[in-house]
Design a protein. Structure first.
Lengths: 258, 235
């Protein structure tokens, strides 16, 4: 375990005109840590995720990322090309809607292989072998490798998107409602898969979800957001078992018991 | 004998914001220590705050006041004010916990649920599974259940998976929240045996046992939690 965080976020804010996207968010993320960001629609959690993944530029604040050489780099001062490179190699982004993260008109194998080629792999046989291996890790049968994701079910598409993101061995993965819109049985399978991969690969991840059960299962730490602000943060089980902020208490008391 | 955990002047209350912000004090002035090789038992009626105390010691409940000093990695750490990251490290290396109920994860087998804490501490998966098998066999969990996720198990079966998961590691401090509540006499005796083995290994145990027989068998010392009732502080 290293003593330095992977990502340092300080006073990050994003305003849309006079409206608040997210306001004054600060935290550190260490390697191997999964941070859940929870809150209802419009709480600013997706804005935060998009700022952190540099898909959106914040209005103020800083985020620095520890590169593989150990140096911290300020994300919003990098050139567009450097950010794109980071996004392709060291990071992953799992969208709620797999169609946003996949290329729907090329084969499953190509969806996975494309990321490998982006980091410089050129050997076709090796790329295909890696793609097969990753498809099996996300429980997609090898004989589907030449099918397009259009022909896949929602759960399969989401698993393919995860394979596409993890194949390059990223150190940080952003996930936006990764299990949203899936049947519960499909969701359970996906959660179990994600949990296993995150532990085995020692990934750091930031998971945005409105589902507290998903947060409990995947994350060690949690931030609760409301109206763009962090109203409570801490260990996931502490926040859920002993919620302190009025809004967190409301969220926790609103969970349906099965 | 070393004293790996010292609790001093800890207070805890719940503020219910959805009930007009009423404040429910749970305990105050909680002070005690536990010793290596001993089993200390928290006594007192339901609602006295026994489970709350255990949960604070595991970082599961926030602490309003006071300190919880833990011997962790050759140093002393105040768990009551530690960062989430430090609490996680303490849970991994220093403090184990057997909760009252097993929180199950879909699709993970009983065997892997039990082996997981060892794997997290860096042990080989197969070696961890071997230890898990031995422990589940000792607790008389039928072998045909080992490969199944425990979600559909009976209460007693889940409890035994939970106990195995808690006892498999060599944490120097072990917290037990009614580990024998839903067990039959045979398995209760197995747990008593396991606790005796932990004591012999120098582990400091702190537990809640409603079962008289078990308490008689394992307790070296009983702390009466009613002494920490919030109103009694002045007395």
């Amino acid at each position: 375990m290293t003593d330095e965080p992977l990502l340092r976020v300080a006073a990050l804010s994003k305003f849309y005109g006079s409206r608040v996207g997210c306001d004054n968010v600060s935290f550190d993320l260490w390697p191997g840590e999964v941070l859940a960001v929870v809150g209802e629609s419009g709480s600013g959690k997706t804005t935060l995720l998009n700022c952190l993944s540099t898909r959106l530029l914040p209005s103020s604040g800083t985020a620095s990322y520890r590169m593989r050489d150990g140096q911290f780099r300020e994300l919003y001062r990098m050139s567009e090309a450097e950010r794109r490179f980071l996004m392709r190699t060291d990071w992953g982004f799992v969208h709620q809607n797999p169609a946003d993260g996949l290329r729907m008109t090329v084969s499953a194998g190509a969806n996975v292989g494309e990321r490998l080629m982006a980091v410089g792999d050129r050997h076709y046989g090796k790329i295909r072998a890696t793609a097969v291996d990753w498809l099996s890790r996300v429980e997609i049968d090898e004989d589907r490798i030449d099918d397009e994701p259009r022909a896949f079910s929602g759960g399969m598409r989401q698993r393919l998107q995860i394979a596409r993101n993890l194949v390059t061995g990223p150190r940080l993965v952003f996930m936006d409602e990764p299990t949203g819109g899936l049947d519960v049985s499909v969701q359970a399978r996906l959660l179990d898969l994600l949990r296993g991969l995150v532990t085995d690969l020692g990934l750091a991840a930031i998971v945005v979800t409105h589902d507290l059960a998903v947060a409990r299962l995947l994350s060690q730490r949690m931030m609760v957001m409301k109206d763009g602000r962090v109203v409570e943060s801490g260990l996931t089980d502490r926040v859920l078992d002993d919620p302190r902020a009025p809004y967190t208490q409301l969220l926790v008391s609103s969970i349906l018991q099965v | 004998m070393p004293t790996p955990l010292v609790v001093s002047d800890v207070a805890k209350s719940f503020t219910m914001h959805l009930r007009d912000g009423i404040n429910l004090p749970v305990v105050a002035g909680v002070s005690f220590s536990i010793k290596a090789g001993e089993c200390t038992v928290l006594g007192g009626p339901s609602g006295a705050g026994k489970s709350s105390i255990l949960k604070m010691l595991y970082g599961n409940y926030a602490v309003d006041e006071g300190q919880i000093i833990v011997m962790h990695e050759d140093g002393l750490v105040d768990l009551a004010h530690a960062s989430p990251r430090t609490v996680l490290a303490i849970r991994r290396q220093t403090i184990g916990y057997v909760s009252q109920f097993l929180r199950t994860v879909p699709r993970v087998s009983a065997l892997d649920v039990v082996a997981e804490p060892l794997v997290e501490r860096g042990e080989e998966r197969e070696a961890a599974r071997d230890k898990a098998r031995a422990l589940l066999a000792k607790l008389n969990l039928p072998e045909k259940l080992w490969a199944l996720p425990p979600a559909t198990f009976s209460g007693g079966e889940q409890q035994r998976v939970n106990i195995a998961r808690g006892f498999i590691t060599a944490h120097p401090i072990l917290l037990l929240d009614e580990p024998t509540a839903s067990l039959d006499a045979t398995n209760r005796d197995v747990v008593i045996e396991l606790i005796a083995a932990k004591k012999a290994a120098g582990v400091a145990l702190l537990g809640i046992f409603h079962d008289h027989e078990v308490r008689e068998a394992v307790a070296d010392r009983i702390i009466d939690v009613t002494a920490f009732a919030p109103g009694k502080l002045a007395a």
